[in-house]
Design a protein around this ligand. Structure first.
Ligand SMILES: O=C(O)CCC(=O)C(=O)O
Length: 286
């Protein structure tokens, strides 16, 4: 019996590769989390945007509370089972009238996960309607596996490596995963998706939380850390991540720095392998 999602939502995820909106916590609570993020940014003089947006669940107790929230984990469990690791987390801010965008891509591209069982929970800390640049998806595209990506050098591309899909189906039928503050969407690692600029007067912010079942491993030679957020792990593919006790404490920052460096190293390794496998010399082209 499912814990949070209805059977219709589970079926929709299987068929379309995504499901939304799912209520997680009250709107006021979500806005308070957003305010905590902005208070930190103001106090430290930088934004948790590109270059500073990885793995904040290791730094802040309020992010830790979100990634362990029963409403999030119950829905994730309905899709990937009871033994769950948090593989990665990115903050996705788009400032008011920001040109920043996310091009068509698949989350699986440089993660190197095997098998590719991975779901992204995008938890909204502000409203994220179409006008604010919510995610746009191609329903059912998760069924066709990995597609070719190349690097798009645009400074407004929010993806860490600028990866963008090389060929998107002509005039695809798309849908928008609009969510309000306190709601989330869930999408499959192979789902083709993108998001446009924020044309509103407010900042749009969400947390993209990558959950995997504990039996999934990363192919990289770099051994990564990942937090066990529910259940047990009988596989040992990752080193454990400790939960933060003090917001932005010394121990929290030291571990976070190490974990992010390992993640980036793995990402570089995966990107190099991907480029080699898809170069013209490989016969697959790009
Ligand atoms: O926040 C966005 O606009 C894009 C997020 C995204 O691509 C993801 O969470 O996979």
């Amino acid at each position: 019996m499912a814990r949070k999602l209805t059977q219709a939502q589970i079926d929709r995820y299987e068929r379309d590769g995504y499901v939304h909106p799912i209520d997680v916590f009250p709107r006021d609570q979500a806005l308070a989390y957003g305010a905590a993020l902005e208070a930190f940014e103001q106090g430290h003089g930088f934004q948790l945007g590109k270059g500073h947006n990885f793995k904040p669940h290791l730094l802040f107790t309020w992010v830790d509370a979100i990634v362990h929230h029963p409403a999030v984990l119950d829905a994730v469990e309905d899709l990937i089972g009871p033994d769950i690791r948090l593989f990665h987390l990115s903050v996705w801010p788009k400032n008011a009238h920001d040109a920043a965008f996310v091009p068509w891509h698949q989350d699986a591209t440089y993660f190197g996960l095997e098998p590719t069982e991975h779901v992204t929970a995008w938890v909204a800390l502000s409203d994220a309607p179409i006008a604010a640049g919510c995610m746009e998806v191609i329903p059912g595209s998760h069924k066709k596996g990995q597609h070719l990506h190349h690097v798009d050098p645009s400074p407004h591309n929010l993806l860490s490596r600028g990866q963008t899909m090389s060929a998107v189906p002509d005039q695809p039928r798309t849908d928008f995963m609009a969510v309000n503050a306190g709601q989330m969407s869930l999408h499959h690692t192979y789902l083709m998706h993108r998001s446009g600029p924020n044309n509103t007067d407010y900042r749009r912010v969400g947390l993209g939380i990558s959950y995997i079942p504990a039996h999934v491993r990363c192919r990289s030679t770099t051994r990564l850390t990942a937090m066990l957020v529910r259940g047990t792990d009988r596989h040992g593919h990752f080193d454990d991540e400790p939960r933060p006790v003090v917001d932005y404490g010394d121990a929290e920052r030291a571990f976070h720095e190490k974990a992010v460096a390992l993640f980036r190293q793995s990402n570089t390794e995966q990107a190099a392998q991907y480029d080699a496998a898809t170069s013209p010399a490989s016969g697959r082209g790009r």
